[in-house]
Design a protein around this ligand. Sequence first.
Ligand code: FMN
Length: 326
Amino acid sequence: MAQQEFDTTAFRNALGSFTTGVTIITATAPDGTPVGLTANSFNSVSLDPPMVLWSLAKTSLSVEAFNEAKHWNVHVLSQEQQDLSNTFASRGENKFAGIDLEEGLSDAPLIPDCSARFQCRNMVTHDGGDHLIYIGEVLNFDQQDLPPLVFQQGQYAMTARKPWEGVELSSEPKAPECSYNEDLLGYLLGRSHFQMLFRMRKVFDEQAHEDSHFFALSVLNIQANLSLEEINDYIEYTGHSLTDTDIEFLISQELIEKLDDETYQLTANGRETSLLHIAQAKAIEEELIRDLGQGDVMALKLLLKRLISKTDPGLPDLWKAKETAK
Ligand SMILES: Cc1cc2nc3c(=O)[nH]c(=O)nc-3n(C[C@H](O)[C@H](O)[C@H](O)COP(=O)(O)O)c2cc1C
């Protein structure tokens, strides 16, 4: 392809298909100033001896510092460090403000709470077009079980591991096309919901609670005082609704009480029961995190939040209303 036909934007977009982690590379300038930048050009080179590489734009303000530095540190960022990534992707000074740096093998700044860190000695620097390629020997490294931040097509992303062996995931409808199949999203969402809540349902059963009672206690836990109509507005999405009889039952169980003619609130007993439900839900979630891993659970939550927002038919926002509770 002739040089003038080369489409730089398309090239950049094509490179964006190569999904990467996100790192911050740090060093100390000869005058003692710490320097660092966000880089996703990091890659492994050799296992024995342990070597890694990354590349730096020649336009970077840190070029001189890195060219002089004998050591640099690579920090593989965790999901929680997106803000830090943005800070180090800016050209502003004082990127290290507020960071509790740790002592490393060299003078290069060592940032805490990363998924992995590689402390390196610069071995060789190569010219790489508009970038400089730094190859380093890894002198020390450490790793924590923190889900890594991911970068794809110019956007931060999350990883979800593919299903384990024996579980197929197909976007193709299986024949006959008109029948339900196990990859139908509605089925997967419904089944996972009911399976997750299976253990909670046992607690409700022991307390002779209907699902609608659980939903009512939950919304009254979030909002201090609501009328029957308002409670039903909030739980409408569940397909359940509360009747006057349900209200009488919850009052007789001393779970809710009348605040005035129209509105209800949780009693101390109701609050305790609701907290028990929350504790149960959290225990189920913690077990799931142990089984699936924090990263997959975070990715799942992100996708569910997107799905909830996309499918919202305009229901009242319980969480937003909390801030402006009467
Ligand atoms: C996800 C991501 C990856 C990046 N990767 C690189 C990289 O590998 N090399 C590079 O030179 N700049 C990279 N950048 C851009 C630099 O972080 C950015 O230009 C920064 O301002 C450079 O800081 P400095 O000029 O203070 O050194 C990346 C930015 C982001 C957001």
